[in-house]
Ligand binder design. Structure first.
Ligand code: AMP
Length: 218
C-alpha cells in the first residue's frame, strides 16, 4: 500500500513510520533521514542541504524531488512504501501524484497526525536521535535504557541541529505555510485520515493499522 504521514515537526511521523514499516514490511522513506545521511558523507550538495536544514528551511524542490524519484524507482518500493516528511508542499504533492500516475498507481492513504503546539515544542526539545541507525528517543517520554546510548544498536544519541530552539520556531512556521495546505489537498482527493497524536504511541499506531487493514483511505 502507498501511504504517507503528514504532520508538524515533532508529531511522531518518524516513530510511527519506523514501527509501521517493521510490522508491515513496507519500506520507510524519510527524506529528512536521507538528507542527514548525505550530510555525514560530506561534499558540495551535502553542505548546501545542511545549510537549509539547520536553519529549519525546506530544501529546494528540485533536490528533494530528484532524491525521491530515485528512491521510488527502487525494486522494494513497487508494492508499498511509507513516506515520512515528503511531500512538504503542493509542488511536491503534485509531482508525487504524477510519478505514481505514470505507473498507473495512486496513493492510498495520507495520515494526518494531530498534535498541539505546546506538546510539539516539548517533544522536539527532548528528542534524541541515534547517529548510527536513526532510532528516535525522548529524554522526557521515550528514554533509552542507558542515557545517551541507542537501545537498538548502542550508537551515540545526539540532538539534531534543527531541534534546537532557534530552528524549531521557524520549522513550525514553515509547516503552517507550506505543508499544512496539503491537508486540504488530500482531503479533497478522499484519502486523508486523521490520527490523534497525543494519546500515546500504541493508540495512534493501532488507529493507523486499522485503516491500513481495511485497505486504506480512498
Ligand atoms: P525531518 O526529519 O522530516 O524533520 O526533516 C528535516 C529537515 O530536512 C527539514 O526541516 C528540511 O530542511 C529537510 N527536508 C526533509 N524533507 C523535506 C522535503 N520533503 N522538502 C524539503 N525539505 C525537506
Amino acid at each position: 500500500m502507498y501511504t504517507l504521514l503528514l504532520g508538524p515537526p515533532g508529531s511522531g511521523k518518524g516513530t510511527y513510520a519506523t514501527r509501521l514499516s517493521k510490522k508491515r514490511g513496507a519500506p520507510h522513506i524519510s527524506t529528512g533521514d536521507i538528507f542527514r545521511r548525505l550530510k555525514e558523507q560530506g561534499g558540495e550538495l551535502a553542505e548546501e542541504v545542511a545549510g537549509y536544514m539547520s536553519a529549519g528551511e525546506l530544501v529546494p524542490d528540485e533536490i528533494v524531488n530528484r532524491v525521491v524519484r530515485e528512491r521510488l524507482e527502487a525494486e522494494d518500493c513497487q508494492e508499498s512504501f511509507l513516506l515520512d516528511g515528503y511531500p512538504r508542499n503542493l509542488v511536491q504533492a503534485q509531482l508525487l501524484d504524477q510519478m505514481l500516475q505514470a505507473k498507473g498507481r495512486t496513493l492510498q492513504v495520507a495520515f494526518q497526525i494531530e498534535v498541539g503546539e505546546e506538546t510539539l515544542k516539548k517533544r522536539i526539545s527532548g528528542r534524541r536521535t541515534c547517529r548510527s541507525c536513526g532510532e528516535i528517543f525522548n529524554v522526557f517520554t521515550l528514554k533509552p535504557k542507558t542515557e545517551g546510548v541507542c537501545d537498538r544498536c548502542n550508537g551515540e544519541l545526539y540532538q539534531r541541529a534543527d531541534d534546537r530552539e532557534e530552528a524549531v520556531a521557524n520549522r513550525l512556521q514553515v509547516y503552517g505555510r507550506e505543508t499544512a495546505p496539503l491537508i486540504e489537498y488530500y482531503e479533497k482527493s478522499g484519502i486523508l485520515r486523521q490520527v490523534a497524536g497525543e494519546g500515546g504511541i500504541d493508540q495512534a499506531l493501532a488507529a493507523m493499522e486499522a485503516v491500513l487493514n481495511k485497505g486504506g483511505g480512498g
